[in-house]
Design a protein around this ligand. Structure first.
Ligand SMILES: [Zn+2]
Length: 160
């Protein structure tokens, strides 16, 4: 059964991001613990099982509709602690950060199903940061490699 987070007010006010990054072509809103906009709730529910460096984020390009993503900080970098980052941080804080999407995935070998955090490499600026990350290569259930399982995400969770 799903529990619902109680909030102080019952209005429709959109939850505010913890950090707002201003890129030349878009705004990236990154959320810390706490409520997220409706568009990010499915993403946030999955990320609750992962390390803090996986944060729900809303990319709001100037010329395209907004899109729900996961902002992923590299494992070897300090995660963005709320107390350490300013409200309007510089783009340096996004060094190595990739934007990823949560996909349902099935292993081609054993048919195990996963929720997988997959990098979106088509996004300007973020797309070139993948080298800062280590991908999970292969199925964690049957041990098949990427070539046969077709699984190579940033994070992998068994489906509930
Ligand atoms: Zn498998």
């Amino acid at each position: 059964m799903r529990t619902r987070r109680m909030v102080g007010t019952m209005d429709d006010e959109t939850p505010q991001p913890r950090w707002r990054f201003t890129l030349p072509w878009a705004i990236l809103d990154v959320f810390a613990d706490g409520p997220v906009p409706a568009a990010l709730q499915p993403t946030a529910a999955v990320l609750a099982h992962l390390e803090y460096r996986f944060r729900p984020a809303l990319l709001r390009p100037h010329r395209w509709p907004q899109c729900a993503y996961t902002a992923v900080w590299p494992a070897n970098r300090p995660t963005p602690e709320p107390a350490e980052m300013l409200e309007e941080p510089s783009l340096q804080e996004l060094e190595g950060v990739v934007l990823a999407e949560v996909h349902l995935l099935t292993c081609d070998v054993c048919t195990a199903r996963f929720q997988a955090v997959y990098p979106d490499l088509g996004i300007p600026f973020f797309g070139r940061h993948l080298a800062a990350h280590e991908l999970i290569s292969g199925c964690t259930i049957c041990g098949s490699d990427f070539a046969s399982s077709r699984i190579q995400p940033l994070a992998l969770l068994p489906t509930p």
